[in-house]
Design a protein around this ligand. Structure first.
Ligand SMILES: *Cc1c(COP(=O)(O)O)cnc(C)c1O
Length: 239
C-alpha cells in the first residue's frame, strides 16, 4: 500500500464511521445515505485509489479539471456528479462524462443540458440546486434557485427530453437567515423535497452536507452527502 492509499483509506474509514454514527443517531439505516467524494483539485490518481477503496460516486465542480480526470478514469465504474456553477458553454463537455448534474438552477441551463443529452443520446440525472440565502426570484451567491423558483424549474426538467429529475441539492448558506444554522437549512431543504415528491415521487434524492456538517445533513434526512476535505485533505487552492 502506498502512503497515499493508506492516508485515503484512513480518512475514508473515519468518514464512514461518522456517517454510520449519524445514521444510528437518526434511526436511519446506513444504506439510506450515499457517500459522494468530492475530488476537485486532486489528481486522477487519487480517484483511482478511491475506486480501489470502494468509492463509486465522485463529484467535481469545474469542467476544466473534471473532463481530463473523467477521461483518465473512463475504465472505472464510477458515477460522476457535477456540483459546480455551470456555464452553458461547458454543458456539452460536462454531459460527456457526468451522470448527474447537481447544480441545475436556471431555465437556460435546462434547455442547454437537454439539447446536449439528446445529442449524446443519453439520459442525464438532474438535481435542482436550491439557494436558501436567495430572496424570492433571485439566485444565490454560490448559484442555486430561490425556493419559490423550484416548481417552474422542475416543470421545465420534466418536459425536457434527455433529462431526469432526481431531486434537490443545497450548500449550507454562509449568509442570510440560515448562516451558521446548518440543521435549520437542511430541515428547510427536506420540507422543499417533501413538497416536490408530492407530485414527483421519483425525485427523491436530497444532496446536502459536506465535511463540516454531514451529521446535520444526515439528521435532517439527506440521501447523499458530498465530502471533500475530510477524505482527501485540505485543498491546496480555492475550489
Ligand atoms: C467542495 C464542495 C463540497 C465538499 O466540501 P468539503 O468541505 O471539502 O467537504 C461539497 N459540495 C460542493 C458543491 C462543493 O463545491
Amino acid at each position: 500500500m502506498t502512503d497515499r492509499t493508506a492516508e485515503l483509506a484512513a480518512n475514508l474509514a473515519r468518514v464512514e464511521e461518522r456517517i454510520a454514527a449519524a445514521c444510528a443517531a437518526a434511526g436511519r439505516a446506513r444504506e439510506e445515505v450515499t457517500l459522494i467524494v468530492v475530488t476537485k483539485t486532486y489528481p486522477a490518481s487519487d480517484v483511482r485509489i478511491l475506486h480501489g477503496l470502494g468509492v463509486r460516486h465522485v463529484a467535481e465542480n469545474r469542467d476544466q479539471d473534471a473532463a481530463p480526470k473523467a477521461a483518465a478514469c473512463a475504465d472505472l465504474d464510477l458515477n460522476w456528479h457535477f456540483v459546480g456553477q455551470l456555464q452553458t458553454n461547458k454543458v456539452r463537455s460536462v454531459v460527456g462524462y457526468a451522470d448527474v448534474v447537481q447544480s441545475v438552477d436556471r431555465l437556460k441551463l435546462v434547455s442547454s443540458l437537454s439539447a446536449a443529452a439528446e445529442r449524446g443520446e443519453r439520459e442525464l440525472g438532474c438535481l435542482l440546486q436550491v439557494a436558501l440565502d436567495a430572496e424570492s426570484g433571485a439566485r444565490g451567491d454560490r448559484g442555486g434557485v430561490a425556493p419559490d423558483g423550484i416548481e417552474e424549474l422542475a416543470a421545465a426538467v420534466d418536459a425536457a427530453p434527455g433529462l431526469r429529475l432526481d431531486g434537490l441539492m443545497t450548500v449550507a448558506p454562509l449568509a442570510g437567515p440560515y448562516a451558521g444554522r446548518q440543521r435549520a437549512a437542511f430541515d428547510r431543504l427536506m420540507d422543499l423535497s417533501t413538497a416536490l415528491r408530492a407530485t414527483r415521487p421519483a425525485a427523491n434524492m436530497v444532496s446536502a452536507g459536506m465535511s463540516a456538517d454531514l451529521e446535520e445533513a444526515v439528521a435532517a434526512g439527506a440521501t447523499h452527502v458530498r465530502i471533500g476535505t475530510a477524505v482527501l485533505g485540505v485543498r491546496p487552492k480555492l475550489g
